[in-house]
Design a protein around this ligand. Structure first.
Ligand code: ATP
Ligand code: MG
Length: 447
């Protein structure tokens, strides 16, 4: 099997070879190339020691931040390539970091330290693919399998539980049996992993194409990371709109959401408040009044636990908060949605409503999708027209009002807001003269 290695990493390998060292491309890039997708970076491994790599590339810009782990980053044409000395990882007494790494002479030992068979292949044009653990077969079968004894490998590094799920989700693979059962057995290994690293794996996992089934099958993992999710499991929804329990509905909604981390997190959390807000009426129908607000509170707890950045947090909370409100069906409602959530927020909100509908009973789906289409069209229309939906877009500003006689102070802001509402409602065109005239008519300057 041939892998087309781009010119730059090929040149790096050749220089290592000419220096008398072995060199291979390794890991994710070999996996991706064999799958027929373009690798996003090319990692190289070599038997040259880090000092020897530095010597060999003394005429290149290098970064030494990974040096203790044997990694030298060599920059070519503005792109950094990691060149890592063959190594084993020693003991992981904290289940997170190897106590020390040891450099080893052979590629075989380096491949053996890697997490999954599909990630443990190397390639050189002269040798072809080096595949000691059946990675190619697992790629063909769509399987994520630990290299060696699964439980031991997870004990060494608990992050691998999440990595297994992330790769499975991304490629739509299943987990091999021993790998899967080791995960279910050793959930506590997740407890010692830094929240930021879990969060980063979780985002990758959520954006994968296999996410729905994995959320259902590995719910114990997600409950371990975020206990606030557990009440959704098997929680029934006897309601003509629903055909799934809350967790299955959630898993389907995540799948149906565009693969943007913030949006998929919002889909994951959007109904988390339902179990606490449950009631059943005289007809035996379940209701979840007020659940969106409760979901916001739980989402905030979960995002804090994950040490989520503020920008993502804000967007997720905004989406969760408004997920249950009817979609705009008129221009004025669409303008108000844009005002409340901004351009991207409004479009995402429609996308989340669509996903939510697709994860509900098919009975009312057609009408729900019609409302989605109308909302989408209205937003597009307003955005195309560059319609006014923020104070910033308004054709007049505070100084115009002051010139008109409105006293400086809170009255100015209040008046601008009032004018914005008129414009968004279509009651007044967004033109300077028309707005000033409106102020005079309403006697606003005397207020
Ligand atoms: P991606 O496309 O997501 O970058 P990748 O396979 O390149 O996938 P990286 O996290 O960049 O993943 O790691 C590069 C390689 O290093 C992996 O393919 C794997 O061989 C090895 N590796 C990374 N993290 C671990 C780990 N925690 N345990 C064992 N091996 C690992
Ligand atoms: Mg990588």
């Amino acid at each position: 099997m041939e892998i087309q290695i781009p010119a730059e990493p090929m040149a790096l390998m050749q220089r290592l070879n000419r220096g008398g060292y072995e060199a291979y491309v390794v890991g994710g890039c070999v996996r991706d190339a064999l799958m027929g997708t373009r690798p996003h970076d090319w990692d190289i491994c070599t038997n040259a020691l880090p000092e020897q790599v530095l010597d060999l590339f003394h005429d290149h810009r290098v970064a030494k931040t990974g040096l203790q782990h044997g990694t030298v980053m060599v920059v070519r044409q503005g792109v950094g390539y990691e060149i890592t000395t063959f190594r084993t990882d020693g003991v992981y007494s904290d289940h997170r970091h190897p106590d020390q790494v040891s450099f080893v002479p052979s590629l075989d030992q380096d491949l053996a330290r890697r997490d999954f068979t599909v990630n443990a292949m190397a390639y050189h044009p002269d040798t072809g693919v080096v595949d000691l653990f059946g990675g190619r077969e697992d790629l063909k079968q769509g399987v994520i399998r630990c290299v060696g004894q699964a439980e031991e490998r997870f004990e060494e590094d608990g992050l691998r539980l999440m990595r297994a799920l992330r790769f499975a989700s991304r490629f739509g693979f299943r987990l091999e049996e021993d790998t899967a059962s080791a995960i279910h057995r050793r959930l506590e290994l997740l407890d010692s992993i830094a929240a930021e690293r879990i969060f980063s794996e979780l985002k990758g996992f959520l954006c994968g194409k296999g996410v729905e089934a994995l959320l259902v099958d590995y719910r114990d993992v997600f409950a371990r990371i975020l206990p606030q999710l557990a009440p959704m499991f098997d929680f029934p929804q006897q309601n003509p709109h629903h055909c799934f329990d809350v967790w299955r509905h959630t898993a389907r909604a995540v799948r149906e959401t565009p693969a943007q981390p913030a949006l998929r997190i919002a889909a994951l959390f959007h109904d988390s408040g339902k179990p606490e807000c449950w009631s059943r009426d005289g007809q035996g129908i379940d209701h979840f009044y007020g659940h969106a607000q409760r979901s916001v509170e739980l989402s905030r707890d979960m995002l804090n636990r994950l040490r989520c950045d503020n920008e993502t947090k804000e967007q997720v909370l905004l989406q969760v908060k408004w997920h249950d409100l009817p979609l705009p069906q008129t221009r004025r409602e669409a303008a108000r949605l844009l005002n409340r959530m901004g351009e991207q927020g409004a479009q995402w909100s429609v996308a989340l409503h669509r996903a939510d509908a697709l994860a509900q009973s098919p009975a009312f789906l057609a009408e729900k999708l019609e409302r989605v289409e109308l909302a989408k069209a209205l937003l597009e229309e307003l955005l195309r027209e560059k319609a006014c939906f923020t104070l910033k877009d308004l054709a007049i500003g505070g100084s115009d009002l002051i010139a008109l006689g409105v006293p400086k102070g809170p009255q100015v802001g209040k008046t601008l807001k009032h004018l914005l509402e008129l414009v968004m409602d279509g009651a007044c065109p967004n033109q300077r003269e028309a707005l000033l005239e409106r102020c005079r008519q309403e006697g606003i300057n005397k207020a």
